[in-house]
Design a protein around this ligand. Structure first.
Ligand code: C5P
Length: 398
């Protein structure tokens, strides 16, 4: 998603500058062209040689090259950039940014940049919490600077609190989101439901029946739909994940709760992606009190839950309905059966027999099956899988 993007990576004098090396590497790996500007103090924390090697370009620090007088034009740098990303951004640099101080190349470039600007603050917890710093951050945010929030944790000082620069992976993720916001909002005006995660079926106040779903695949799909401008209702069973930006999340517990929330949202929706691992059976009776053990075996009587995807399929009209099939055997035949029974437009098949597919991990290996046949895809990240699924949704013409 960063292919061909011009990014100026500004590095200031913080101990977190060591993370700028990894950040630069990740940006280049994502296809961005990176030019690095360091403040004079930043050179004390990470060498220009390291950053020049990783960015594949000489580092810029001074207004001009003292050897030959060659001018480092902040104006043309500012014009070249699609984004000025300052990471780490010290309290000093962000204070100067708010007041317009222009005493180094990074600051003059900031003042001349017409591009998007993002900063990843890094400082000690008290400096970060100080009212001056907070006011400066608010001012910059009001002027359209994206603030990539620091994390809480152990700081270089040994103190524990908020101020540690976000991890390079997180910064890259947020940089991508900033660029994605400007990509064509191909799904603007559309409303999609995504079901995700595992349902929980109580047996008594203490025990329950559930499954291994973590919700990662469904959350990635919800995120992708929102990035393309859709209104997204994420009906979520149990998960430890954070709600993706721009997504409306409804938490549910049981298959019954998920059925109620999803069928209600379906009245208004243009489509649904059924990614949740819904219990097929639930205890017939839920005990009010903890079941006591005895010396005998015991059995729990289960009753069928409602099939939410099938219910949506029955009232689909010309809307779009996507299902998932996680199989362990006879994969394609099972998935094709579900495609028809549930009246889906297409089904995403993943097999637990494939390494790297299924629960918990960050990768998946899928086959998309529709009435016209099968499309197999190689192992890839769940984010990439989400993008392929949403591309397929967009390709369905109604
Ligand atoms: O029939 P099976 O459970 O294998 O089908 C899987 C697909 O149906 C998934 O898309 C899943 O989210 C959906 N489903 C559902 N409601 C159920 C069971 C499955 O929406 N009760």
């Amino acid at each position: 998603m960063l292919n061909g993007k011009h990014i100026i990576l500004g590095i200031t004098g913080s101990i977190a500058a060591y993370k700028a090396a990894m950040l630069c590497r990740l940006l280049v790996k994502e296809g961005a062209e990176v030019r690095v500007i360091m403040t004079p103090l930043a050179k004390q924390f990470i060498t220009p040689l390291t950053m020049a090697t990783l960015s594949k370009h000489p580092i810029l620090v001074e207004f001009f090259n003292p050897e030959n007088g060659e001018w480092n034009s902040h104006v043309s740098l500012g014009e070249w950039a699609d984004m000025l990303l300052i990471a780490p951004a010290t309290a000093n640099t962000l204070a100067k940014m708010t007041t317009g101080v222009a005493d180094n190349l990074l600051l003059t470039t900031y003042l001349s940049a017409r591009s998007k600007v993002a900063i990843a603050p890094a400082m000690d917890l008290d400096m970060y919490a100080h009212i001056t710093t907070q006011n400066n951050l608010r001012t910059l945010a009001e002027r359209g600077v994206a603030i990539i929030e620091p994390e809480a944790g152990e700081l270089a000082s040994g103190l524990i609190g908020k101020g540690r620069m976000a991890e390079p992976e997180e910064i890259v993720k947020q940089v991508k989101e900033i660029f994605a916001k400007e990509c064509v909002q191909t799904l603007a005006g559309k409303h999609y439901i995504v079901t995700a995660g595992a349902t929980i079926e109580p047996i008594d106040p203490v025990r329950y029946i559930t499954n291994h779903s973590t919700g990662k695949m469904g959350y990635a799909i919800a995120e992708e739909l929102a990035l393309r401008g859709a209104k997204v209702t994420l009906v979520s069973g149990r998960t430890a994940l954070q709600t993706p930006k721009g997504v409306e999340r409804m938490d549910v517990v049981t298959a019954e709760d998920m059925y109620n929330a999803t069928t209600e949202a379906w009245k208004e929706a243009d489509g649904a992606v059924m990614c949740a691992a819904v219990a097929d059976y639930t205890p017939k009776c839920v005990a009010d009190q903890k079941l006591k053990k005895s010396d005998d075996d015991m059995s729990i009587e289960l009753k069928r839950t409602k099939d939410i995807a099938k219910e949506l399929g029955a009232t689909k009209g010309d809307r779009i309905l996507v299902g998932f099939a996680l199989e362990t055997n006879d994969e394609e035949a099972n998935a094709e059966g579900k495609l028809k029974r549930k009246n889906l437009d297409f089904i995403v098949l993943n097999s637990l027999r494939d390494k790297g597919a299924g629960f918990g991990g960050d990768t998946n290996k899928i086959t998309l099956i529709d009435a016209n046949g099968n499309q197999e895809h190689p192992l890839m990240s769940k984010r990439e899988v989400a993008s392929i699924i949403v591309d397929k949704i967009e390709s369905i013409k109604r």
